[in-house]
Structure formats: structure tokens, C-alpha cells
Design a protein around this ligand. Structure first.
Ligand code: SP5
Ligand code: ZN
Length: 340
């Protein structure tokens, strides 16, 4: 399996995160890649492929032009306003958003954001273009019938068409799915196994019937992103029935999690997709510092093997997973279980 990776992720390095009312070192930072990479190497993955060139047209139909322009210019505007730190949105639209964002950068940042855990730094765009390019690399493999992994950070599944959220700025899984359709595929399924609901991916494809989105996650009454991921969110218009949510209680262990996975896999099989995109978050692990599920190291290869039974060329896109060395073992474990 090809693994697309570049050091460009280092260019996205927020300095601090507000967490439970205190400033802390961000959970999502370059140190995550060290942990992921070490686990990949322990598992015997030693061959990493540089991504193809970033082609900005890959964002067409995924993110809006206004949002892309905001992301590209936000840090310069923040600096011009005289602010020293990273772009950190603080004011969010409670009423429906108006047609245009406020002019002042503080207001614009909140307009294009849904949670104050997501920062933009001076060089974030370099990292973001490369994460998207790694997603496009997996698409080249999948179009040839091969599966591949984008070993990337920051993650993407909370980012919607025109908002950042949950450490996510560009939605790499949505970029991969759209690129597969652009290559002539008729139907693509996205399976989101991150412990958090993939609200951004859901929103992007909510009214469409060419992308089936299925997400297993902590139920919204107790889990970020809180305002999405209920069972009754099923899609809209011709997309009705093409969004599948599996909200699970805090403390869910593997057997119950796997039951939900097998149901999602059966529905993906019925959809008859040409390819699969997996939003591969490993924050389902029992010792993840910000999540609540109870998966163990041996569960990751087990569910990788379940996903493989679909027999689909698969693009694995790295999402969440924090703080502990096992995030590398667990990401690698899914790929090994899938491949063996
Ligand atoms: C990609 C991904 O995994 N993003 C996660 C973003 C989480 N952001 C923090 C939100 C605050 C949640 N409060 C934690 C309380 C735990 N019960
Ligand atoms: Zn997550």
C-alpha cells in the first residue's frame, strides 16, 4: 500500500489551544506526526511517497471560493490588525449567517469557523495544500484499483464547505471523494471511524446521492462537535438516506462499536460504490486524552480486516488520534489488518 507523506505538515503549528478553560499545548500539533510515524515504522511501513503537486481545482465543489480566500489571507489580515498570536476565532454567528462576513478579521474568522479549537498560523496554507495533495495521491492509487493511505495532519473531517472546526481547515476526505467522482466514478462511500462526528463531510455531501456518508461517533449530547451527528440526520432532498449516523454512548467498548461498524459496512455494500474513503481517526483508543471510547490496540487490525471484506479500492485519510504512542500502532494496525 502506498503511503503519501510530506514534512510540510510542520508548517501548521498552532502555539496554544484553549482547553477546558486553560491555555495548553495544542493536542493537534507536529508531535502527533512523530508518534504516528514511529508506530508506522514499528509496524514495518518504511516506504513513504511524496504527494503529487497540489492542484487548487481539487477544492471545487468541496470548499467555497470565499472560504478558501479567507484561509489563505487570514494570518496576514490578523497581523495587519496588530495581533501577535495565531488566528484564533472567538465570536461566532448565533443567528443565521448573513451573505457576507464582517470586514474586521476577528469577525471574519468567527464567520468561517464553528469552534475556537482551530487556529491558522503564518504558514498553515503550505501544510494544508500538502495534506490535500496527499489525499489526491491516494486518489491516483485508488483510480488504478489500489488502496493507499494519506499520512497527514492537520485532520479534515470537521471542516465544512465554508467553515473550519475541530482542528480541521480543509476537508481531505471530501477532497478525495470528490476527486474520485471527477475521475469518472459514479458512487463513492465515506466511512468515518474517528471518535468525533464528521460534521464537515456530512454537510458537504448532505444533499447528494453520489456520496454515501457513514459515521460512528460519540453521541452529541456528550461529545464534540455537539450540534451534529444525531441518528435522525439522514440527508436532504435527493441525498435523503445517503447520510448514516451511528451515535454511541461514552465508554463504548469494541463489541458494540463493531456492531455499528458491521451495520455501516452492510449499508455501504448495498450502495455499490466504486471506491471507499475511510476517515481514519484513531481517537477511539481507550487512552485517548480527549475522547471516550474504549478500543484496544488489538481491535484496530480486527476492524481493518472487516473493512477489507468490502473488496473496494480504499483511500485511507488520517484524521484524529492524540497524545499517546499507540496512535501510530493503531493507524498502522488498521492498514495491516486491511492488507493481510
Ligand atoms: C479531528 C478531531 O479529532 N478533532 C477533535 C476536536 C476536539 N476539539 C475539542 C473540543 C472540546 C471538547 N471538550 C472535551 C471534553 C471531553 N468530554
Ligand atoms: Zn476526532
Amino acid at each position: 500500500m502506498k503511503i503519501y507523506y510530506t514534512d510540510d505538515h510542520l508548517a501548521h503549528h498552532p502555539k496554544a489551544e484553549v482547553h477546558r478553560g486553560k491555555m495548553v499545548t495544542p493536542h493537534e500539533g507536529p508531535h502527533r506526526m512523530d508518534l504516528l510515524m514511529a508506530g508506522m515504522k514499528r509496524a514495518g511501513f518504511t516506504d513513504f511517497t511524496e504527494p503529487p503537486a497540489f492542484d487548487i481545482t481539487c477544492l471545487d465543489g468541496v470548499h467555497t471560493p470565499d472560504y478558501i480566500h479567507f484561509v489563505q489571507t487570514a494570518w496576514a489580515r490578523w497581523k495587519d490588525a496588530g495581533y501577535a498570536g495565531d488566528v484564533l476565532p472567538m465570536s461566532f454567528p448565533y443567528n443565521p449567517r448573513r451573505a457576507k462576513p464582517p470586514i474586521e478579521i476577528d469577525g471574519a474568522a468567527g464567520y468561517f469557523c464553528s469552534s475556537a479549537d482551530t487556529m491558522i498560523t503564518e504558514t498553515s496554507w503550505t501544510a494544508l495544500a500538502s495534506t490535500a495533495a496527499c489525499a489526491l495521491g491516494t486518489v491516483e492509487s485508488v483510480a488504478k484499483g489500489e488502496s493507499a493511505f494519506a499520512l497527514i495532519r492537520p485532520p479534515g473531517h470537521h471542516a465544512g464547505a465554508d467553515y473550519m472546526s475541530g482542528y480541521c481547515i480543509l476537508n481531505n476526505a471530501a477532497i478525495a471523494a470528490q476527486a474520485l467522482l471527477n475521475k469518472g466514478m459514479d458512487r463513492v462511500a465515506i466511512l468515518d471511524v474517528d471518535s468525533h462526528h464528521g460534521n464537515g463531510t456530512q454537510d458537504i455531501f448532505y444533499a447528494r446521492d453520489d456520496v454515501l456518508f457513514a459515521s460512528l461517533h460519540g453521541e452529541p449530547d456528550h461529545h464534540f462537535p455537539y450540534f451534529w451527528g444525531h441518528k435522525d440526520e439522514k440527508g436532504a432532498g435527493k441525498g435523503d438516506g445517503y447520510t448514516l449516523n451511528y451515535p454511541l454512548p461514552a465508554g463504548t467498548h469494541y463489541p458494540a462499536w463493531r456492531n455499528a461498524l458491521l451495520d455501516a459496512i452492510a449499508k455501504i455494500r448495498n450502495f455499490k460504490p466504486d471506491a471507499l474513503v475511510v476517515s481514519l481517526g484513531v481517537d477511539t483508543f481507550e487512552r485517548d486524552p480527549i475522547s471516550s471510547f474504549k478500543l484496544k490496540v488489538e481491535d484496530y487490525p480486527a476492524y481493518g480486516a472487516d473493512i477489507a471484506k468490502l473488496g473496494l479500492p480504499t483511500s485511507f485519510i488520517m484524521e484524529g488520534g492524540y497524545g499517546v504512542p499507540e496512535i501510530g500502532d493503531n493507524a498502522a494496525g488498521v492498514l495491516k489488518g486491511f492488507s493481510e
